[in-house]
Design a protein around this ligand. Structure first.
Ligand code: HPA
Length: 275
C-alpha cells in the first residue's frame, strides 16, 4: 500500500503539468448536483480516465471529470462525479482523489450528496448541513495504511465537519433566504435502497439522513487535517410507516431541482472564505 504514495505523486505531477495549481477550494459534486460547474470560469477539464491511477467513473450519470477553474478570484478544483463503494471500488480507490486534491494544495473541501431523509422534519428538496456521521460501510479507507506519511492511523473524529466552514455555509444559505437544517448522516453501501425495517433501525441509532457516499472522503480529509463540510439534498422521505417506492431517476430529479440553490450557496462560501 505504500505504493499509493507514489501513485498520488504521479497523479499530482500530471495534474500540475495541466496547470492544476494553487487552488484554494476542493469541491465534490454529488448525484444530480453538477450545476456548480456552470458558475465556474473553467480553465481545464480532465477526464478521470486520463489521470494516472484515478479510478474510472462507472456510473453513467456521472461524467467523471476533474475541473480546474475560478470562482471570482478564487481557484477551485471540482470533482464532477465521485466514486462509490457500490460501484466495486475499494475504499482507498474511492478516496484517492481526495488525497490528490490535498497534495495539489487545496485548503478545504466542500462535499455534496443526495440522501434519504430519515428525520421526519425533513421534506423532499431540503438542504441539510451534515453535523456528524455514522459509518455503516463495511470497510474503512484507512485500513492497511501504516505509513505515517498518510497521517495518523487512529484519526480523531470528535469534530469531523469543520465548524467554521459549517457556519459559513449556514450564513451563506441565509443570504439566499434559505435556512439549512442540520443532521447526522449514516453511510451505507447500497446500491439497493433500504427496507422499512432498515429505515426504522437508522432512525433509532440516531441517523437523520442516509446515503451511499461522503463518509470515506470525510475520514480521509480528517486524516490529512483538511477542513471539510458537507451538505445533503433530501431526495426522498424515508418514513417506514408510509414508505413510497422510489426510483433512482426520481432521486436524481429531486437533486437536480435543488442543484442551483446549493451551487449558489457553495459559490458564496468560496467567495467569503478566509483561511
Ligand atoms: N437511501 C440510501 N441512499 C440514498 C437514499 C436513500 O433513501 N436517497 C438518496 N440516496
Amino acid at each position: 500500500m505504500e505504493n499509493m504514495l507514489s501513485k498520488i505523486s504521479e497523479a499530482v505531477k500530471f495534474l500540475k503539468q495541466q496547470d492544476f495549481r494553487n487552488a484554494e477550494a476542493g469541491i465534490v459534486l454529488g448525484t444530480g448536483l453538477n450545476s456548480f460547474i456552470q458558475q465556474m470560469r473553467v480553465e481545464k477539464a480532465v477526464a478521470y480516465k486520463d489521470i494516472p491511477h484515478f479510478p474510472m467513473a462507472t456510473v453513467e450519470f456521472h461524467k467523471g471529470q476533474l475541473i480546474f477553474g475560478w470562482v471570482g478570484e478564487k481557484k477551485v478544483i471540482a470533482m464532477l462525479g465521485r466514486f462509490h463503494y457500490y460501484e466495486g471500488y475499494d475504499m482507498q480507490e474511492i478516496t484517492f482523489p481526495i488525497r490528490v486534491l490535498k497534495e495539489l494544495g487545496i485548503q478545504y473541501l466542500l462535499l455534496s450528496n443526495a440522501a434519504g431523509g430519515i428525520n421526519k422534519i425533513y421534506k423532499k428538496g431540503d438542504l441539510v448541513l451534515i453535523d456528524d456521521h455514522i459509518n455503516l460501510l463495511p470497510s474503512n479507507p484507512l485500513r492497511g495504511l501504516s505509513d505515517p506519511a498518510f497521517g495518523n492511523r487512529f484519526v480523531d473524529m470528535s469534530e469531523p465537519y469543520d465548524q467554521k466552514l459549517g457556519n459559513l455555509i449556514s450564513q451563506s444559505a441565509i443570504s439566499f433566504f434559505e435556512v439549512l437544517k442540520h443532521g447526522v448522516y449514516a453511510s451505507v453501501s447500497g446500491p439497493n435502497l433500504e427496507t422499512r425495517a432498515e429505515y426504522r433501525y437508522l432512525q433509532r441509532i440516531g441517523a437523520d439522513l442516509v446515503g451511499m457516499s461522503t463518509v470515506p472522503e470525510v475520514i480521509v480529509a480528517n486524516q490529512m487535517k483538511l477542513p471539510c463540510a458537507a451538505v445533503s439534498v433530501v431526495t426522498d422521505e424515508c418514513d417506514p410507516d408510509h414508505l413510497q417506492p422510489v426510483d433512482i431517476s426520481e432521486i436524481i430529479a429531486v437533486a437536480e431541482q435543488a442543484d442551483k440553490k446549493l451551487s449558489r450557496i457553495f459559490e458564496k462560501v468560496i467567495f467569503d472564505y478566509q483561511g
